[in-house]
Each structure stands twice: as structure tokens, then as C-alpha cells.
Design a binder for this molecule. Structure first.
Ligand code: NAI
Ligand SMILES: O=C1[C@H](O)[C@H](O)[C@@H](O)[C@H](O)[C@H]1O
Length: 334
């Protein structure tokens, strides 16, 4: 049985604690930590009783914790990642790995130095059945070369703490990882276009945004990021190829006809829409623990996403096309 400690007991943290407690085979939550003790106490109850901490480092060094789930806000990941590597403990880190490429480099260097693959990253779309079907279909060559991708990432609404750069490193970070993974092609450059701002936004948030990414082979990707769309959690991705197009999107629900109406439910949050993908990624992480391997997205994937995100944040300000420049991939991650 893998004894798991969870750092960060907010919406995502509680969702992961519930899945480990109720659905995941081979693991249990034995400790939880949150800077707000009340949040940790609530999470401990979901786990059916777990040690309560308000300091992630103390949880990491608890001998009753075999592995750590980092589910605090992105800006807080780097310190606990470095501490877990120091302690030699396996980590599942929710996206983003870190909110800057520089911090990701620190984590990458520490993991390489440790000589052990310890970190799996929470890019759960790679565990979604539909996206895997698209990736496999493209790989057959039956649809020809991918040329263009169209994505929407729409949230019903976000809090007033959510700002313009968060649209990149907190939200579109999913498409940054998903799109290059689907077509197996790295990024060359990015650009951001700012449409008219919705009345539902605030002074620190330009919303919606159109983010453009070009891959090294010339595939052009547009991502509409609209985090106050009001009508639902609307996630779509279409890959347009030479001999066909493949689309995965919401609503992923039945179309209902009644009283001369036709309607289809759109979910309102990621916890419902991607429940199976979260279950699959956490189960894979637990299963790999026994073998001491990482099969899912790695620290390198987190670094690649962060470099692209940094370029997009720069492009938000400049309005120009910004290059995506990474370091050479270390042998350790090949
Ligand atoms: N994969 C996905 O689809 C999703 C991933 N996430 C990720 O999960 C993480 C948490 O997001 P949410 O739960 O939505 O945020 P949240 O704001 O609901 O919860 C964050 C929790 O972390 C606590 N916290 C803050 N600083 C901390 C620290 N230094 N140590 C321990 N706890 C700390 C806060 O008190 C709060 O309880 C983020 O990295 C976010 O990007 C969130 C939603 C969906
Ligand atoms: O990771 C997530 C969720 O998956 C949502 O898709 C985003 O819109 C949210 O902002 C982010 O935290």
C-alpha cells in the first residue's frame, strides 16, 4: 500500500484525496498539509483520518509518507518539489510544474542530480481516451500531415485573483502540453492577440485572449482562452490534416430531444469533464511506484511547457511573435 501525503487541500487537492480514498487501488492518504489548517482538517476528514500539517516540508519528511501529491497553487510548487527530491520521495505534481522556466530548470537539475526519476506531472489530458484516439489516428498517417489546430479553453468564470498571465501558465498550459504531444512536434514561436475585453473581466485580466503557437514543422495552432464565458466549461480541440479532421470536444453528453427542444448538457467544471482522466493518471502514478518508474509526463515536459508559457506571457505584453527556445534535452529524460 502506497502511503500518500497531499500538499494543498483546495478544490483539486480534495478531489484527488477523494479519488485515492474511494477509487484508486494500492494507495491511501496518510497525511495532508495546507497553509490554512482548517482546509487541512476538512481534507483529513475526506481521507477518513490523516495526519494534519500546515508545513509541506514536514509532511515530505514524515516517515509514514512514501510519496507526495503537490496540489498547492503553481507558484508554491518549486520549494516542495526540491524538498521532495532531497528526501528521495516520489511526487505527483499538479500542473504547472512551476510558473517559470527558470524554476523548472532548478527542479530538472535537482532531479537529474539525484539520478532518480521521481516526478510525474498532472497533464491529465494525456490520459483522456478521446485525445489518445486522436493521437493514435494521426500516427497511422491515414489522415495525412496535421496542418492546423483549433482549440477553445472556456471557463464559466474565474476569481478576481486570476490575472492575464494566469491564462497562460494556469489554464492554456493544458493546450501547450496537449497540442505538441498530439502531433509529436515541438514549438518554434508564439503570439497573442487580445480581442475586446468582456464586461465580466476586471482591471488585471484581459479576457478573452487568442494564443497562437507555431510548431517547428509549421503546424499553426490557435487557442481561444475565455475564462468568463458564463455558459459552461467548454473544452475543444480540432486537428485539421491533409486528408481529414479529428475533433475532441464538449459537450461529451447525450443530446436530448423533448417538448420540441433539443439540448445537450455542457459541464461546468474540469472535475466532472476529466474525472476518468484524473483517475487514470493517479492510478498510473501509484502503479508505477512499485516499479520505481515514471510513465506519465515528466519534469522535462513541465519545463517544455513552462518555456512556451514564458514566451506567451512575453507575447501578451509585446504583441509580437516570440521565439520558443529551450535547452538541449538531458540524456536523463530521453
Ligand atoms: N489538472 C487540472 O485540470 C487542474 C489542476 N489544478 C492545479 O491544482 C493546483 C491547486 O489548484 P486548486 O485546487 O484549484 O487551487 P485552490 O486555490 O482551490 O487550492 C489551493 C490550496 O493550496 C493551499 N496553499 C496555498 N499555498 C500553499 C502552500 N505553500 N503549501 C500548501 N498549501 C498551500 C491553499 O490554502 C488552498 O487550500 C494548482 O497547481 C492548479 O493548477 C487545479 C484545477 C484543475
Ligand atoms: O487546470 C485547470 C483546469 O483544468 C481548468 O481547465 C482551467 O480552466 C483552470 O483555470 C485550471 O486551473
Amino acid at each position: 500500500m502506497l502511503n500518500v501525503g497531499v500538499i494543498g487541500c483546495g478544490g483539486m487537492g480534495r478531489d484527488h484525496i477523494q479519488r485515492i480514498t474511494e477509487r484508486i487501488q494500492g494507495a491511501q492518504v496518510t497525511a495532508v498539509s495546507d497553509v490554512f489548517e482548517e482546509g487541512a482538517k476538512k481534507a483529513a476528514g475526506i481521507a477518513g483520518g490523516a495526519k494534519i500539517y500546515t508545513d509541506g516540508k514536514a509532511l515530505i519528511h514524515d516517515p509514514d509518507v512514501d510519496a507526495v501529491l503537490i496540489v498547492s497553487p503553481g507558484f508554491a510548487h518549486v520549494d516542495d518539489l526540491l524538498e521532495a527530491i532531497k528526501a528521495g520521495k516520489r511526487v505527483f505534481c499538479e500542473k504547472p510544474l512551476c510558473t517559470t522556466a527558470d524554476d523548472c530548470r532548478k527542479v530538472m537539475d535537482a532531479e537529474v542530480q539525484s539520478g532518480k526519476h521521481l516526478i510525474q506531472l498532472g497533464f491529465m489530458r494525456r490520459y483522456h481516451k478521446g485525445y489518445n484516439q486522436i493521437k493514435d489516428a494521426i500516427a497511422t498517417g491515414e489522415y495525412g500531415e496535421p496542418l492546423i489546430m483549433h482549440c477553445t479553453h472556456r471557463n464559466p468564470e474565474v476569481g478576481t485573483n486570476y490575472n492575464t498571465p494566469m491564462a497562460v501558465h494556469d489554464t492554456v498550459i493544458h493546450e501547450i502540453d496537449l497540442c505538441h504531444w498530439l502531433v509529436d512536434d515541438d514549438y518554434d514561436s508564439v503570439q497573442v492577440i487580445m480581442p475586446k475585453v468582456t464586461k465580466y473581466s476586471h482591471s488585471e485580466l484581459k479576457d478573452p485572449q487568442i494564443m497562437l503557437m507555431r510548431t517547428k514543422s509549421g503546424i499553426c495552432i490557435d487557442v481561444e482562452c475565455f475564462v468568463n464565458c458564463k455558459f459552461g466549461y467548454d473544452i475543444n480541440c480540432e486537428v485539421v490534416c491533409e486528408d481529414g479532421a479529428l475533433k475532441m470536444g464538449t459537450p461529451m453528453a447525450p443530446s436530448v430531444r423533448k417538448n420540441a427542444q433539443c439540448s445537450t448538457e455542457i459541464t461546468t467544471d474540469c472535475f466532472v469533464l476529466f474525472k476518468d482522466a484524473y483517475d487514470a493518471e493517479i492510478q498510473n502514478w501509484v502503479d508505477c511506484a512499485a516499479a520505481g518508474v515514471i510513465e506519465g509526463p515528466s519534469t522535462w515536459d513541465g519545463y517544455l511547457a513552462a518555456v512556451t508559457a514564458d514566451a506567451l506571457v512575453k507575447a501578451q505584453e509585446s504583441g509580437e511573435i516570440e521565439k520558443v527556445v529551450t535547452v538541449e534535452k538531458p540524456e536523463f529524460y530521453k
